[in-house]
Design a protein around this ligand. Structure first.
Ligand code: SAM
Length: 278
């Protein structure tokens, strides 16, 4: 499903205003804990580090990088050069400030403000060894097929796209149950939210509260990446997630949330690696 051009512009502008307003709230939040980040906190989840592998010497592009903490964590892990892209100018400004504070100059870390669909004309190099994206990213995009084209066009020969995000199946449950399906998996129509606050502070006072989101089925995500010319290396599904997505999930010692013991498990996150042959 695609959106008309007018809807598309409204979608992006509405969402941009929503994100711009939330950046200072996020930057000051415990959730993003930027003091700990400055002191060396690594933001990359253990499964991402294992699946992406050694990034030493690689050129990595992070799409929808928000305030750059994940992006800069890859640089700390040895990537030769990281580039973060986000359409929120305030988010990119925070990311640039963090890079400077942790001693990474533009030769190691650059941030650009641009729509992900315009990434190819916004980033400093034509292609990258690793194009990384995820954790709450693709649900904000109106068209997964055009996103895949944009992301794939930036993968260098011999390089790969790595995506880790919340599993579309995990959006089907309501708050009450970790297993009872409350929503229609195949309803991928745009959803309009109009709620103050943000996931780091539900009580935050905000005015730009409208936003557009859309679920993309797992089939569409994988098919879009394949149609963009990349070869799928793996598609992993996980029984754990990063937050209390419904009231039944329990937080384990490893910090991940899962269904209680004895209850049926459903996929809560997924990751995908797809490469461009050398
Ligand atoms: C939930 S955040 C990503 C979170 C990130 N993984 C993190 O935890 O820091 C989603 C980001 O997508 C960005 N975004 C949404 N739509 C975009 C678009 N069309 N182009 C570029 N960035 C976009 C927002 O500005 C926001 O920073």
């Amino acid at each position: 499903m695609t959106t008309s051009h007018e809807d598309w512009a409204e979608w992006l502008e509405t969402n941009r205003a929503m994100w711009d307003e939330r950046v200072p709230i996020h930057a000051a939040s415990e959730y993003y804990d930027q003091d700990a980040f400055r002191e060396g906190k690594d933001e990359i989840r253990d499964f991402e580090a294992a699946e992406v592998g050694d990034v030493t010497g690689k050129r990595l592009l992070h799409l929808q990088c928000h305030m750059g903490q994940d992006t800069l964590s890859w640089a700390r892990r040895g990537a030769a050069k990281v580039v973060g892209l986000d359409f929120s100018e305030p988010a990119v400004e925070v990311a640039r400030g963090l890079a400077a504070e942790i001693g990474l100059g533009p030769d190691r870390a650059e941030f650009v403000a641009a729509d992900v669909y315009e990434a190819a004309s916004a980033v400093p190099e034509a292609d990258y060894d690793i194009v990384y994206t995820g954790i709450g990213a693709i649900c904000w995009l109106p068209d997964i097929w055009r996103w895949a084209e944009s992301a794939a066009s930036l993968v260098a020969p011999g390089g790969f796209l790595y995506l880790a995000d919340f599993h579309p199946f995990s959006h089907l449950m309501g708050w009450e149950s970790a297993t009872v399906i409350a929503h229609d998996y195949f309803d991928t129509a745009p959803k309009i939210a109009d709620e103050p606050g943000t996931y780091v502070d539900f009580n935050a006072q905000t005015v730009n509260n409208r936003s557009f989101e859309r679920d993309h089925t797992l089939g569409d995500i994988v098919s879009a990446v394949a149609a963009a010319g990349l070869r799928t290396e793996f598609l992993h599904e996980f029984d754990m997630t990063l937050f209390q997505q419904n009231g039944e999930l329990e937080c384990g010692e490893d910090g991940y949330f899962r269904a209680p013991k004895g209850r049926p498990r459903v996929p809560l996150m997924f990751s995908l690696k797809a490469s461009r042959p050398a």
